[in-house]
Design a binder for this molecule. Sequence first.
Ligand code: FE2
Ligand code: FE2
Length: 219
Amino acid sequence: MDFETPLFEGSRFLRALGPDRAGQLIDRCDIFFSEHRDHDDLARLFAAFRASEHHTVATLREWMRDTTEPEVLSAYCDVAAEESRHAVLWTDRMRALVGDSEVARRYADPCGMPALSEHFRLWDSYATSCSLPTRLAYLSIVDAWSGIAYNSYLLWADSSTRETLEEILADEVAHVGLAESMIDRLVPDDDDRETMAIDEACIAGLLYEVTNGFLSSGI
Ligand SMILES: [Fe+2]
Ligand SMILES: [Fe+2]
């Protein structure tokens, strides 16, 4: 995949964020990821990535419980399987950096945790919604957000991490494309579209604020 051309340009996330905040978000990510990090720092960063991947898996698993439409269920299953694999890939990188026992000792396995951090709880009202438009809005926005962060990190990552990142990023691009194409086909109602636009603006705004907090938290 060509990662040189701007990713997610024209995405629902960047449209909801608006050009000023989108530019600021990307600039802040670049500054954050350009910092020098030793192995311990990197393991801590990857633990945060892993927690984020796990949170998406937990969210999708919840959605699967009340979803009967085959196309939608199959999409949730496929994306959840790939997010699970991303969590494993980050765990592998953490182990390579600090060793198996240190990973187990320092970083609790986030799998199955009900609420992973205060950050996630801010937008969990959207993640736990029963509405298909809201769920698809959430998926398209959150995956584009994580993809933008990963894409920024590509510039600064060492070669082993770069391989992992490229693999994950290709999936995130596909997830955003899948969510956006499902919105196009499965949310035809104008009222639903209007509600979805409000949800997207709220989720994008929360992510923007939370990212600013995360990037200045010393992780
Ligand atoms: Fe992922
Ligand atoms: Fe994803």
